[in-house]
Design a protein around this ligand. Structure first.
Ligand SMILES: NC(=O)c1ccc[n+]([C@@H]2O[C@H](COP(=O)([O-])OP(=O)(O)OC[C@H]3O[C@@H](n4cnc5c(N)ncnc54)[C@H](O)[C@@H]3O)[C@@H](O)[C@H]2O)c1
Length: 358
């Protein structure tokens, strides 16, 4: 499918628009747009901002003119109780079916704002100002919204596209280091599964990336979103190719739940397990696995953890990608090419156990 890319003039670096047209929705992702321009993308009069307390501190002075609801930052807010409270606040503000939600924040705020927008009054419009690297390169594109149940992530949710997503890399300057690196893991993942040239760009420019060079980041974020958008256009509801975006996530989610480390660091660990299993089962050359290891290691994304085997197994059994006794697992064939194959859970866990005993 041919991607729709439009480059627009802007008085601010450059503005790149990537459009995702799905069966029922059109979603515009604007990279390099000045985030303070978000009001011009809101349809209608009645809108509310949902954000978190950190973003409110850094950027709240520019939120004038719209009601603001702020949640506690972090994963602990991603649950139905918070959705319930937010829905009550929208009712009190008189937000009706013509209302609009602007989520300004990282992946947590976008997931919450998107899910609330999908279910409040059976669905109202919503858009995002995506403020973390992780949400710019991943969470805010693609229309998946959801909340957790206990420690099990994103188990209640919806597929529903935001009307717009603004990704302004200038906002990444205030992002804490560990959050920035966590987002970088997802950016690397997008290259590793689909675009070896993006991986080469990252390998060649580690210093520029660590310095958070705005123009270079715009380029990388654009490419990463193009990759995700092309996959989502092919398979919005994740019945096939979209599953490659989950590379590293089967074990990554187990690591995240078992250790509490940040999503991207856990996914980096999960990518290495997936690459190791790919080597073990004959899909991937060992030197390609080592290349991935070195790249993740150069950003200090690989942290040591020790989770009991049974605990990992319990989490894998709860995985949404599980179907009966098998799981759809994303293997790597080479840098830039991932494949999804159904594998018996026992075989997957036996492979994992072998790695743990190496
Ligand atoms: N829906 C999807 O397709 C999808 C994809 C990937 C991840 N996710 C979800 O995204 C979430 C993780 O997203 P995240 O890493 O952005 O977490 P987050 O939203 O919790 O943000 C991380 C931290 O950084 C702060 N922050 C964000 N932007 C900032 C900025 N510009 N300056 C200063 N501080 C800032 C936040 O307040 C928070 O404390 C997870 O819940 C994950 O499940 C969803």
């Amino acid at each position: 499918m041919t991607p729709e890319f439009v480059t627009l003039k802007s008085n601010y670096h450059f503005l790149k628009k990537i459009t995702i047209n799905t069966a029922c929705h059109k979603s515009d992702i604007l990279i390099g747009e000045k985030w303070t321009n978000f009001r011009k993308y809101i349809p209608g009069e009645s809108a509310v901002i949902i954000t978190d307390d950190n973003i409110l501190n850094f950027y709240g002075k520019n939120f004038t003119g719209l009601p603001v609801i702020s949640i506690s930052p972090g994963e602990k807010s991603k649950n139905l109780e918070v959705i319930n409270k937010l829905a009550g606040k929208l009712l009190n503000l008189g937000i009706d079916r013509k209302g609009f939600i602007v989520g300004i924040g990282g992946g947590v705020v976008c997931d919450i704002a998107g899910f609330l927008g999908s279910v409040y009054m059976r669905g109202i419009g919503f858009g995002f100002v995506s403020t973390s690297l992780l949400s710019q390169v991943d969470a805010s594109t693609g229309g998946k919204n959801g909340v957790n149940v206990g420690k099990v992530k994103n188990i209640i949710g919806s597929f529903n596209q935001p009307e717009f997503v603004i990704c302004d890399p200038v906002m990444l300057k205030t992002l804490p280091d560990d959050e920035y690196l966590s987002g970088l893991a997802e950016l690397i993942k997008n290259g590793v599964i689909r675009d070896s040239e993006l991986v080469i760009e990252i390998e060649k420019n580690i210093d520029l990336i660590l310095k958070r060079d705005t123009l270079f980041l715009e380029k990388l974020i654009t490419r990463s979103i193009e990759i995700k958008a092309s996959v989502v256009r092919e398979d919005e509801k994740e019945t096939g190719i979209r599953m490659i975006l989950n590379f590293g996530h089967t074990f990554g989610h187990a690591i995240e739940a078992g250790t509490g480390i940040k999503h991207g660091f856990a996914v980096a660990g999960g990518m290495i397990i997936a690459a190791d299993i790919s080597v073990q089962l004959g899909f991937l050359q060992k030197d390609e696995r080592d290349r991935l290891f070195n790249l993740l290691d150069s950003f200090k994304l690989l942290v040591k953890y020790d989770i009991p085997y049974d605990q990992v197994k319990r989490f894998i059994l709860q995985d949404k990608k599980k179907s009966g006794e098998a799981v759809n697992f994303v293997f790597l064939e080479e840098t830039g090419k991932a494949i999804v194959k159904s594998i018996a859970l026992t075989k997957l866990m036996d492979s994992y156990k072998l790695l743990k005993t190496i």
